[in-house]
Design a protein around this ligand. Structure first.
Ligand SMILES: CC(C)(COP(=O)(O)OP(=O)(O)OC[C@H]1O[C@@H](n2cnc3c(N)ncnc32)[C@H](O)[C@@H]1OP(=O)(O)O)[C@@H](O)C(=O)NCCC(=O)NCCS
Length: 190
């Protein structure tokens, strides 16, 4: 199996584990970080969900990665390759299958602590995770969905090469702005 530890110039992405409760509570309980995603969780809820959040599928190639600043080792965010929920009752981790890729679409995503926004980290992490997806996994395309007002995330996705595709159904909501990149188009990039 390919190495799941992914390096960039400034970042290290490695599979999230249960002791990463610190970065998960910092992100999921923050109203600023969660503004365009869903209501912030409580500390207790994050602790309860931690075993699920750490679940991996596709022989380890799908799941959540913890993102470190390589200069000092600090945990500054997370990035994901996970099944895209279509209906309200779908939950990303429930669609994971340990030893295979699920049949639906796989989405890319990222969250960073607010003090680390605006330094290009999300774009750097997204570009690296896409390279992993297309060079090391069987994925032929990757999708993403955003809140219509999440301009920063829209910019990240566009800079990483995903194309805007109009609204689609996701998370039980109609007309969610969506993005996609196919492996053939990723390979054709400079
Ligand atoms: C979205 C998020 C990950 C972006 O992280 P980041 O490291 O700041 O992103 P980057 O620095 O790589 O790029 C952000 C880009 O958006 C631009 N941007 C940010 N806020 C903006 C705004 N309000 N209006 C216009 N552009 C904006 C930045 O200028 C930058 O573009 P540039 O490099 O061309 O200058 C970060 O804001 C975050 O963690 N948000 C909360 C979680 C979240 O919403 N995740 C995405 C869910 S779909």
């Amino acid at each position: 199996m390919s190495d799941l530890n992914l390096e960039t110039e400034r970042l290290l992405l490695r599979p999230l584990v249960e002791t990463d409760i610190d970065i998960c509570t910092a992100l999921y309980t923050s109203p600023d970080v969660m503004r365009f995603i869903r209501a912030p969780k409580t500390n207790e809820k994050v602790i309860e969900e931690m075993p699920h959040i750490c679940r991996r599928g596709g022989n380890g190639q799908l799941g959540v990665w913890c993102v470190h600043d390589r200069s000092n080792g600090e945990k500054i965010g997370t990035a994901i390759l996970l099944p895209l929920p279509i209906n309200e009752t779908d939950i990303e981790w429930l669609k994971l299958q340990e030893d295979r890729f699920p049949s639906g679409e796989i989405q890319i995503g990222y969250m960073f602590k607010k003090e680390h926004w605006g330094q290009g980290y999300a774009t750097e992490a997204c570009i690296r995770l896409l390279r992993f997806a297309f060079e090391n996994t069987q994925l032929m395309e990757v999708v993403a969905v955003i809140d219509k007002d999440n301009i920063a995330s829209r910019t990240v996705l566009t800079k990483a090469g995903l194309a805007f595709e109009n609204g689609r159904r996701a998370y039980g909501i109609e007309d969610v702005p969506s993005f996609r990149i196919k492996k053939k188009d990723w390979l054709a990039q400079d």
